[in-house]
Every structure is written in C-alpha cells, then in structure tokens.
Design a protein around this ligand. Structure first.
Ligand code: ZN
Length: 182
C-alpha cells in the first residue's frame, strides 16, 4: 500500500506540472480549435488529479487501518507467546510427574516379578509381546476383555477363584477376575 501510495504521489506531481503547462498554453493559443483542444486536455488532467488525490486519501486510510491491525496482532502474539511459555512449563511438570509415576510402577513391577515363578513370567512376556503389550484380560461380564469372545460361566467362576492360571482359548491372553469391576 505504501509503494502504491508513493507511485500515486509521483504521478500526481507530474500531472500537476502538466496542468500548469496547459494553463500557460491557454493564453498563447491562436485558434479556437487549438484552445478547445488544450481546454479538453486541461479538464482531463484535472480529472486525473482528482482521482489520484482520492486514491491517495483512500490508501492513507487503509494504511492506518493496517497499522492498527498489525499493532493488535502484535499484542495478541505477545499474549500467545506468554501462554506458550506457561503451557510449556506445565507440560514439563506433567512429564516429570509421569516419569516419577513410571519409576514407581517399574519398582512395583519388579517386586511382583520376584514373587512369580519363571514359567509364568516367560508365558506372560511371550503373550505380552504378541498382543501389543497387553497379556492379561479381565473376564468380567462373561467375555474376554482382550478379544471379547465368550467364556462359559463355569470357567468364569474358576477364574474368579484363582486357583490356577487360565488362558483365553481364542486370543491366548491370561484371564483374570477384576475385583474393581465386581
Ligand atoms: Zn481372548
């Protein structure tokens, strides 16, 4: 917009020069025909000057409004940068907290593992590797929580008693009774 305005101002100056020349020529013409021609040019140039002046005014208004928009956006940007900083700090806190939690779970895991027999551990690890990290499924509701296949009520009762380890016949996961879902 500023470049356009600059060009219009240059054009305006040149048109004004031109107008002065035409006005001077009007006094020196010899014939009516010549006079009419120059008067016509004078009118055309005046019209062009009006248009340029209007264009420059409009451009100035637009430039002002754009400057306002830029200033508003800069304020918003400052606010967003502050938010980003705060959110980043909060995120880092949460990452730290969850890595603390992960450490605790790892500790609990090694305590549980130390109480299990080796066959069960290797079965568990094998199934876990084959089933995207989920080796154990609850059978509450009479279905395997991993593959949703039907488990007969008698077997559910046996699993609930937890006398030995049961596997889902369909997906192979270790079936357990989830007391939290009881
Ligand atoms: Zn299953």
């Amino acid at each position: 917009m500023q470049v356009e305005e600059k060009n219009n101002e240059l054009e305006l100056a040149s048109r004004r020069e031109q107008l002065k020349k035409y006005e001077a020529q009007l006094y020196q013409v010899k014939t009516n025909k010549e006079y009419d021609a120059i008067a016509q040019e004078t009118e055309t140039t005046k019209k062009a000057i009006d248009d340029l002046e209007n264009a420059i005014l409009t451009a100035e208004e637009k430039i002002e409004s754009l400057k306002q928009t830029i200033s508003d956006n800069e304020k918003t940007m400052v606010q967003l940068r502050e938010d980003l900083k705060e959110n980043g700090a909060e995120l880092q806190e949460k990452i730290n907290a969850s890595s603390e939690e992960e450490k605790l779970l790892e500790q609990e895991r090694s305590i549980v593992l130390s109480a299990l027999n080796g066959n069960h551990i290797s079965a568990y690890e094998r199934i876990r590797a084959a089933k995207q990290g989920k080796a154990v499924a609850a059978c509450n509701g009479g279905v395997c929580g991993g593959c949703f296949s039907y488990i007969p009520p008698q077997k559910v009762t046996e699993i609930k008693n937890m006398k030995r380890i049961y596997f889902c016949e369909s997906c192979g996961r270790i079936l357990v009774w989830d007391r939290n879902e009881e």
